[in-house]
Design a protein around this ligand. Structure first.
Ligand SMILES: Cc1cc2nc3c(=O)[nH]c(=O)nc-3n(C[C@H](O)[C@H](O)[C@H](O)COP(=O)(O)O)c2cc1C
Length: 223
């Protein structure tokens, strides 16, 4: 039985060491289909790269403690101010889908090499970062994070769906585990703010996806 989105969010942890095992046919087909759907509806140009070990070989990958990575999703799209946030949102949708398909993942902004022949960047587009994926040697471990109360501010009582959403956001990956986001609740409205940090715009998209999944309000933020 497929795990639910909530189960996938609980089970997901960054994994950096992978088995030398190609993606199953089912996993490949499901991810390819999901990517096609996302690209069609958003104008992003996300691409699944398989059997390509060069991006994660060499000193940079070792420095980042990566091993055995030969599959990744290249997060590419038209340059613009919301590109990183959109890549965060739809990239995390794919991360949780991968988890449901029995795969492990890790967001990677820095410690990989760009291999130009592995993906297509059209004129006016940009590669934001990649998501490594495959069968992990382990399932990873839960990150230590901020307390729930540090992740939101509210006026008056908050409904259960809001705290469920914030809890789901607390499970989300963020660059260097910085968790620089705050959810604000007032009279049924929700906003999210980010502080200063690296890749906080990508983190914002990621935590919005988790919030919507936890609150069971798909599409709430209209990304
Ligand atoms: C936008 C973003 C960029 C990241 N970049 C890297 C990276 O370059 N190298 C790396 O090893 N991990 C990277 N990570 C993984 C984070 O370190 C990891 O998500 C965080 O420590 C929380 O751990 P968890 O994913 O196991 O919950 C990145 C995560 C995000 C969300």
């Amino acid at each position: 039985m497929t795990m639910t989105l909530n189960e996938a969010m609980e089970a997901r942890h960054s994994v950096r060491s992978y088995l030398e095992k190609p993606l199953s046919k089912e996993a490949y087909e499901e991810l390819t289909k999901e990517i096609e759907d996302i690209n069609l509806s958003t104008g992003l140009h996300l691409q699944l790269v398989t059997n390509e070990p060069k991006a994660f070989s060499g000193a940079l990958a070792r420095y980042g403690s990566f091993s055995g990575v030969s599959n990744y999703i290249a997060l590419i799209g038209p340059k613009g101010k919301d590109l990183a946030e959109k890549c965060g949102y739809y990239g995390e949708k794919l991360v949780l889908k991968a988890q449901q398909l029995g795969l492990n993942t890790c967001w990677v902004a820095l410690t990989f090499k760009k291999i130009p022949e592995a993906f297509v960047i059209e004129k006016g587009e940009k590669l934001v970062m990649v998501i490594a994926l495959g069968y992990g040697k382990t399932q990873g471990t839960a990150h230590k994070g901020k307390k729930l109360g540090e992740l939101y501010k509210a006026e008056g009582n908050v409904p259960r769906w809001f705290t469920d959403g914030v809890y789901a956001a607390s499970l989300a990956p963020t660059a260097m585990n910085q968790q620089k986001f705050t959810f604000l609740y007032k009279d049924g409205n929700v906003e999210v703010k980010t502080g200063f940090g690296v890749h906080t715009d990508t983190d914002l998209g990621i935590v919005k996806y988790h919030f919507e999944a936890g609150a069971e309000l798909p599409g709430f933020f209209g990304l």
